[in-house]
Design a protein around this ligand. Sequence first.
Ligand code: GLU
Length: 502
Amino acid sequence: MPHPSAVRVRFAPSPTGYLHVGGLRTALYNALFAKKHGGIFVLRIEDTDRSRFVPGAVESLVESLKKTGLMPDEGVGMDEKGNIVQTGGFGPYIQSERLSLYKKHAEELVMNGRAYYCFCSSERLAILREEQVKNKQAPKYDKRCLSLSSTEREERRQRGETSVIRLDVPLDRGAIVFDDAIRGEVSIHARDVDDQVLMKSDGFPTYHLANVIDDRLMGITHVIRGEEWLPSTPKHILLYEAFGWEMPVFAHIPLLLNSDKSKLSKRQGDVAVEDYLAKGYLPEALVNFVALLGWNPGRGSTKEIFSFDELTHAFDLEGVHKTGAVFDQGKLDWMNGEYIKALPIDMLYERALEGGFLNKNLISNAPAHIREEEYLRRVLAIEQERLTKLADIGEENPFFFIEPVCQKDMLPWKKSTIAGAMEALEQAILILEGISQENWTREHIGEALLAAAGDKRGDFLWPIRVALTGAEKSPPPQDIAWVIGKDAAKKRIRLALSILNM
Ligand code: GLU
């Protein structure tokens, strides 16, 4: 089949149960590349390793892609009811549904002398490997079964002996050289390539065989994938050659690293996209953040906040780095905070509600009027500036949801006296009293309090703030008073007065 002229790229995850942030980045780079070139982004599920089968994994993977706005143009998707569906003319796009295809192609390679049946037991292979390691050689199959006569081979197969099909790597092939769109020229000698198993004894193909056949049959023009697959590429090139197929362009994107430069792993924090979303990282912030892990727009640009359209416009493979990209949690927090700040308050409320961030115990145990939309919107308006993630809503400011208990000795400001604090609180009650309901805004309340404070801001405002929050640190008193309302504010201040009186 000739390559279609339009760009066709794919994200080809093995369904491990969740979408790794590295997988999100691979999917994103592919989707951006397709969009930029007016091409097609295919999602293919590579589930031929049955030992790693996880029920429900495809659903959760597609769900994560959907939430992050990276649904494919073709391949595996989801209908309105949440069922997994496959669409497009080159499917099925789930490899376990394509087994006969792989078998047919593997047998074709055997017939053409490019692959062979191997009957070696796992015990023999283990001994071989051990010897090679002892002799400081790279472990490799020794091609023993390549010399079996066709009669012997057929007899053993007829007898039902288990076998695999291996690629016959031509040792006289010399260097396998290819031009990686990110890394430039890559060269690996054929003698360093193992006779890769293509078909396993369970009748399933290995990743290598299925991947190459599918990339070819699905008309993939650019293979954009993680650097961990770079060592596999020479095997894939040999397979393209064995089939007589034209090769796609390869582009290997850099590894994701922890701050200590080790490979990003579960042990050092979350790696699943779902975990980040569950904590209230906004999908668009996460996408923006992973886009910059190993790519930047170049030309001296320091721009960091990109909408999806801006990314589509700016992205190109030339801007992808060769070296590993450190996953900087602090930067993600900052970026998420920027996205939260930029949300209109209605949207912030919707997002918080939909994500279940307004259901936490702190909020659901509060009295009914506090759980009302109006009240929660006011809380969000105050917290928006400082939130790094939606799960933090209310965490720093519990006094929005529960009556604070304030300590007597915390109420007076520094060198001020109890009498001074009482005076401020009494005056505050009068000031709040005098603000009409339509003037009950942060600005008005703030102005009135500041005017009364004059040049004694600390002496005056501190006791009011502590009376309203019971805390040493909090937003300014006008913000708290505005959120909790006039009556509640006066009540809290009266309570503080009675504590000072004790
Ligand atoms: N199935 C491989 C994975 O899990 C795909 C690698 C590739 O894109 O070729 O990442």
